[in-house]
Design a protein around this ligand. Structure first.
Ligand code: S5P
Length: 471
């Protein structure tokens, strides 16, 4: 095989500066190896750095599109810097140790969720270091699909990364590197054989793709939840075998309480709109809480807060409704920014939660993919407060400890005459990733709400069981 002249020159140079060595070595993990790479030395050879970055650009980075580059700490950082300057793409830096003070950010640099980032690494063995960086970038909402590498040791890293949706392009594989060195009289055939045998025998362990949240059963997710209401709700769902949330959009307290007497045992969550109730009173709240305790369901006040933090904290704790005193959780928009979460976080102390609106079910709403992603990034900073997201799409968030609350559900897909769009239980649970499913008029406006609640509960639970079994 004919190799690019510049690659041959680089291989020989790496050999001559001891960036690649042959002999008997023991790796960090205690494994014996006949070949050892130490690319840290390249910082002492500017011409090698230049040639590596030029070759990565010419050979590995052709046809790749990316907004940022990020080197895997630490050896690849200077190479990533050169590539950033040459391509005029901004660089991101991942901290290996997150700061104990200040912003606690693991990624430094300016970026927006939804932008793409190319990974730069020196040597890939198992792929685990690249994956650590990929995971931190993905946590911030960045899209990572490609990594460029100086050397692939061919010990399973490429496969491990592919399984985790990262494609790699490398300047050298171990095979091409030793072939070049042998052909140029730097190493003997015997060494080549030794390295090839070693490669056959020493493959890195397989790194499985992390399990997706929708594959996990609710009881497992309860263990992963960081918000106490989310934990409770997952456990209630698992125990009562229902993921039905009833939206009691009625305007009279008697009607609400009568309905809950009938259907309370079939639901895990009751969603209220306190501001549509005409005879709201403290007595109503006492009776609602009694029902919640008797039937073991939680209460979500769907207030959809959307004001500045100060106003929201008053709306939440004061006024006629004093929501903070009785609701286990509330809904809030991310539109005003983080102040809203700060307000809700400090307004009540313990055992409360927020479902953050990342998407809406109604036609023509103005939420964009960027808004959705920024909402999820904002929420990630408040793991103790966020119960989950009100959303329609399984890709909205990944963290299995959060709950996807999905409204806009009826047994047949349809629309109402004010923009509401209904999907079926199958679609919202199996395709769209809904965890707790909100049904309002599908039950409330039925001739027999009780019969209908049982039907919804059974249908939704079957879909959930199918989802967990399928995966
Ligand atoms: O995007 C949304 C968010 C919510 S919380 N779309 C929604 O419909 N909701 C609420 O879910 C809405 O305010 C209503 O209380 C319930 C849906 O009721 P239904 O009668 O259309 O099932």
């Amino acid at each position: 095989m004919a190799y690019d002249k510049k690659l041959v020159e680089l291989a020989i140079k790496l050999f001559s500066i001891d960036a690649v060595k042959f002999g008997e070595f023991t790796t960090k993990s205690g494994i014996k190896t006949p070949v050892y790479f130490d690319l840290r030395v390249i910082v002492s050879y500017p011409e090698v750095m230049e040639s590596i970055s030029n070759l990565l650009l010419e050979i590995a980075m052709q046809n790749l599109k990316y907004d940022h580059v990020c080197g895997v700490p630490y050896t690849a950082l200077p190479i990533a810097t050169l590539l950033s300057v040459q391509t005029k793409r901004s660089m991101l830096m991942r901290r290996k140790e997150t700061k104990a003070y200040g912003t606690k950010k693991s990624i430094e640099g300016h970026y927006k969720a939804g932008q793409s980032c190319l990974i730069v690494e020196d040597v890939v063995t198992s792929g685990s270091s690249v994956l650590e960086t990929v995971r931190d970038l993905r946590k911030e909402g960045l899209i990572v699909t490609d990594a460029v590498i100086i050397l692939d040791r061919e010990q399973g890293g490429k496969k491990n990364l592919e399984v985790n949706d990262v494609q790699i392009k490398s300047l050298f594989s171990m095979t091409t590197l030793i072939d070049i060195l042998m052909k140029n009289g730097k190493i003997t055939e015997e060494i080549v054989l030794k390295v090839k045998n070693y490669l056959k025998e020493t493959q890195a362990p397989v790194i499985d793709k992390p399990v997706e949240r929708i594959q996990l059963p609710y009881e497992k997710r309860a263990e992963l939840a960081t918000n106490s209401v989310a934990k409770q709700l997952f456990n209630i769902m698992a125990t009562k075998k229902t993921n039905l949330c009833l939206s009691v959009d009625l305007t009279s307290t008697t009607k609400i309480l009568d309905l809950l007497e009938k259907v309370g045992e079939h639901v895990c969550l009751v969603k209220t709109h306190a501001d549509i109730i005409e005879d709201f009173s403290n007595d109503f709240i006492t009776r609602l809480k009694d029902l919640a305790q008797r039937f073991n369901f939680l209460i979500l006040e769907d207030r959809k807060y959307a004001d500045i933090g100060h106003t929201v904290s008053l709306q939440y704790t004061k006024g006629l409704h004093k929501v903070a005193e009785w609701a286990d959780c509330v809904t809030a928009h991310s539109l005003p920014g983080e102040g809203i979460l700060k307000a809700l976080n400090s307004a009540n102390g313990v055992n409360h939660g927020v479902f953050f609106l990342a998407e809406m079910s109604c036609e023509g709403n103005l939420i964009t993919p960027e808004y959705r992603e920024s909402t999820v990034s904002m929420a990630a900073k408040y793991p103790d407060l966020i119960t989950g997201f009100v959303c329609q799409n399984k890709d909205t968030f990944k963290d299995p400890g959060f709950i996807q609350l999905t409204p806009g559900v009826q047994l047949e897909s349809s629309k109402d005459n004010l923009g509401q769009v209904y999907n079926t239980p199958e679609k919202v649970i199996l395709e769209n990733g809904g965890d707790v499913i909100v049904v309002g008029r599908g039950i409330v406006a039925a001739k027999s709400p009780e019969t209908q609640a049982v039907l919804y509960k059974d249908t939704l639970w079957k879909c959930y069981l199918k989802r967990v079994a399928e995966n």
